[in-house]
Design a protein around this ligand. Structure first.
Ligand SMILES: NC(=O)c1ccc[n+]([C@@H]2O[C@H](COP(=O)([O-])OP(=O)(O)OC[C@H]3O[C@@H](n4cnc5c(N)ncnc54)[C@H](O)[C@@H]3O)[C@@H](O)[C@H]2O)c1
Length: 325
């Protein structure tokens, strides 16, 4: 089966592409390389370097390749930027998804996997968060993903699209070949590893007075190979119907626990200092993945925080400048 992976030069898309190719799929990566990296594109994938705003380029990809399914990773995803420029985030994330869905409809492509986010739940009603819980996006970013989820429903009604929307929070870790290189970097684990590599002086911990076991926020971390596997399982189940799944480890770790584990893994003291809380940061975000376990038999192979950080550290040591070298 031939897949189109938008954002396949990015952090999660590169490993999803790698896992798809390992599983025997052919992959066309569609990426404008604004945030992604040419070196992150698997050598067996075809790279189409184009913007999702370019409807002509999108249509010619579907005209040229016999694409049967799409995994859509390409998006703006930095929450703080979305708070700063909500209209741009919503216009572009939603508009680009619509361009893609229109090209799919025109070429009769009916399988779609969306990278959604736990941010669609906002400040959750209960922990762990379940798929049926209330939706109240915590940012324009989460709102843009929820809008796309709702659009997918109407594409199913009108065009017979089958979709899976996967809501995850913190993708983390690395494969042997591909890892995390965002610019600017906003994610906790790569920031910690940059301190260990001597590229930053310290880590800021935003708030130490949350109602959690050590006062720092609790977050859910999922290894990106597990995440990629879940995308493939969801794809393979689409013929039985559209679906929405949370993806997480169901347990959650405090920021302080992540810092401590990163210190142990790297052997570096990684100085950390307490900074004021950031607005909109809920105390605890942990997703229940019970539904995808039950329905698709998905299991996290690396649920352990130490293994996740070890894989990221191996990649960072091998690529201290990320893909920039
Ligand atoms: N990283 C996480 O922890 C996380 C958590 C939840 C959801 N997500 C979602 O997963 C997806 C992938 O996240 P990531 O961390 O790999 O992001 P990333 O920025 O590393 O990758 C996104 C890729 O999309 C490409 N891209 C962006 N806009 C484009 C456009 N208009 N046209 C063509 N290509 C474009 C970028 O060049 C980049 O290669 C995003 O949709 C994000 O919202 C990520």
């Amino acid at each position: 089966m031939m897949m189109l992976v938008t954002g396949g030069a990015g952090y999660i898309g590169s490993v999803a592409t790698e896992e798809l190719i390992k599983a025997g799929y052919d992959v066309v990566v569609y990426d404008n390389l604004t945030q992604g990296h040419r070196q992150a594109v698997h050598p067996q994938a075809v790279l189409v370097e184009a913007h999702l705003a370019d409807r002509g380029a999108l249509n010619s990809v579907f005209a040229k390749h016999d694409i049967q399914a799409v995994m859509h990773f390409a998006a703006h995803s930095v929450v703080s930027f979305s708070m700063h420029d909500p209209l741009l985030f919503i216009r572009e994330n939603v508009g680009h998804a619509i361009n893609l869905l229109e090209a799919m409809a025109a070429h009769d492509v009916k399988r779609f996997i969306l990278s959604s986010t736990a941010n669609v739940y906002g400040d959750p009603e209960r922990i762990p968060i379940r798929e049926e819980d209330g939706l109240a996006p915590g940012s324009p970013y989460g709102e843009s993903k929820l809008m796309i989820e709702r659009i997918l429903h109407w594409c199913e009604v009108r065009y017979g699209l089958r979709y899976a929307s996967l809501r995850y929070f913190n993708a983390a870790g690395a494969s042997e070949a591909y890892g995390e290189h965002h610019d600017p970097e906003t994610h906790l684990i790569p920031l910690l590893l940059k301190v260990a590599l001597g590229q930053r002086e310290h880590l800021d911990i935003y708030g130490s007075d949350y109602p959690t076991r050590d006062g720092t926020c609790v977050r859910d971390y999922i290894h990106l190979i597990d995440l990629a596997q879940a995308h493939i399982l969801a794809l393979e189940a689409l013929d039985e119907g559209s679906r929405i799944y949370n993806l997480g480890n169901g347990e959650g770790f405090t920021v302080q626990e992540v810092v401590t584990t990163a210190r142990e893994v790297t052997g570096h003291p990684i100085p950390a200092r307490i900074a004021p809380r950031r607005s909109g940061d809920p105390a605890t975000l942990v997703a229940s993945s019970e539904k995808i376990r039950r329905e698709l038999g998905w299991e996290a192979r690396s649920p352990d925080l130490r293994e996740i950080i070890e894989s990221a550290w191996r990649w960072q040591q091998a690529h201290p400048e990320g893909y920039a070298e």
